[in-house]
Design a protein around this ligand. Structure first.
Ligand SMILES: [Zn+2]
Length: 391
């Protein structure tokens, strides 16, 4: 039992499972073998969907009462890249000079190991009884298409009537050093393609043609130059980037028939995907009015923007980080998306884990000392959570 509470041994055990998405690689089995004897009710949740690989997931809960704190993470890892470039084999979990090297050490098997170790400590100190519930929501499909993982697990939780009160995501949130940043939200992302169709013709006879580029240039100029907002309490300003304009016209004497432009908007809580779509539709209509040009816009499925307003959950986590590292973590909403974007639909969610400097790289690594410090942070967080949060 003692070694089960050692975050380095747990992280090493997980890293030795070659769980490159969508392969389970033994990583979920590894967790079940520890969680079940500790009293967790474990549910393996394999999901499939045509056109995507089958994925295995794990939900494990101890306790039946509220408050229910869930720890969310993923055991899948990105491919190793050029294996010959690694200084030690990526699934060996080698420790040298206080550094643990291995694929997934930071993103995010290390984080899972730390929370598991902290939880087992907490349970032992409380004789296996807790004033609420703790669960692990572990997916094998975060680094992949993310369709057979957290989204479907949340649907399953709802169908089972499993209410979660708060969620801590163990993704590596610190850019440089442990204690840098807690993520309390993420900006939304909306990607679209605008296609404008005109009438092809000879450049010398423009009256017989309709140039779609004229419409595209004026529309993109307005979209690109518009100040969406100046930021909000927790977010940077929203931003639209035109990422591609394709005409495919190799002739200098031909007015083309069609232009396709792609753009992405990273937006804060002053907007929604629908409000932005409405704004763009209005600009397109206004600029093409009275012309022979036609338009069509296709959007990819958007990610919502969300923020967990600072309150007891954030305070408990921030104070725990402060006690262990002596640092006041920044409350950040920067960076790309994570599975927190799905979890926020069922409960408030915060993210804190290891240092993300080497994630997805060759020689991904973490400092062994950080594993022990993160375990201590999570342990203090558990103490504070169950002492403070009453539902
Ligand atoms: Zn990750």
């Amino acid at each position: 039992m003692a070694s089960n509470r050692d975050p380095l041994e747990l992280a090493s055990g997980l890293i030795r499972c070659p769980s490159v998405t969508p392969h389970e690689g033994g990583a979920l089995d590894f967790l079940v073998q520890i969680l079940e004897p500790a009293g967790f009710r474990c549910h393996r949740l394999p999901f499939s969907q045509s056109g995507t690989a089958d994925v295995d997931n794990l939900y494990a809960r101890i306790g039946t009462r509220a408050p229910h704190l869930s720890f969310a993470g993923h055991t899948d890892v990105v491919p190793v890249g050029d294996e010959a470039s690694w200084t030690s084999p990526p699934f060996e979990a080698s420790v040298l000079d206080g550094i643990l090297t291995g694929r997934g050490s930071a993103d995010m098997k290390g984080g899972i190991a730390c929370f598991l170790a902290a939880t087992l400590d907490y349970l032992e100190d409380h004789g296996g009884e807790i004033p609420g519930s703790i669960s692990f929501l572990i997916t094998g499909d975060e680094e992949g298409p993310a369709v057979n993982g957290t989204v479907k697990m949340i649907d399953w939780l709802k169908a089972q009537g499993e209410a979660v009160d708060h969620c801590l995501v163990g993704e590596p949130t610190n850019p440089e050093a442990l204690g840098d940043a807690i993520k309390i939200g993420r900006r939304g992302s909306l990607t679209g393609e605008l296609v404008i169709t005109g009438i092809q013709g000879h450049v010398a006879y423009p009256e017989k043609a309709a140039n779609p580029l004229a419409g595209a240039v004026s529309i993109l100029n307005i979209l690109n130059g518009h100040l969406l907002d100046e930021g909000s309490d927790h977010f940077d300003p929203s931003n639209l980037e035109v990422t591609s304009v394709d005409v495919g016209n190799s002739a200098s004497n031909v007015i083309p028939a069609r232009v396709a432009a792609k753009f992405n908007i990273r937006f804060n809580d002053r907007h929604s995907a629908d409000s932005l779509k409405g704004w763009i539709a209005q600009i397109v209509e206004q600029e093409l009015k009275g012309t022979a040009l036609k338009s069509d816009i296709v959007y990819e499925f958007p990610s919502d923007c969300f923020v967990t307003e600072p309150g007891p959950l954030v305070d408990i986590l921030r104070d725990s980080i402060d006690k262990v590292t002596g640092r006041r973590a920044e409350l950040s909403t920067s960076g790309g998306t994570s599975d927190a974007r799905f979890i926020k639909d069922i409960c408030p969610v915060v993210e804190f884990g290891l240092v993300n400097k080497t994630i997805h790289q060759v020689d991904e690594h973490v400092e062994v000392a950080d594993l022990y410090r993160l375990k201590d942070i999570y342990r203090l967080f558990l103490d504070g959570y169950f002492a403070t949060i009453k539902t």
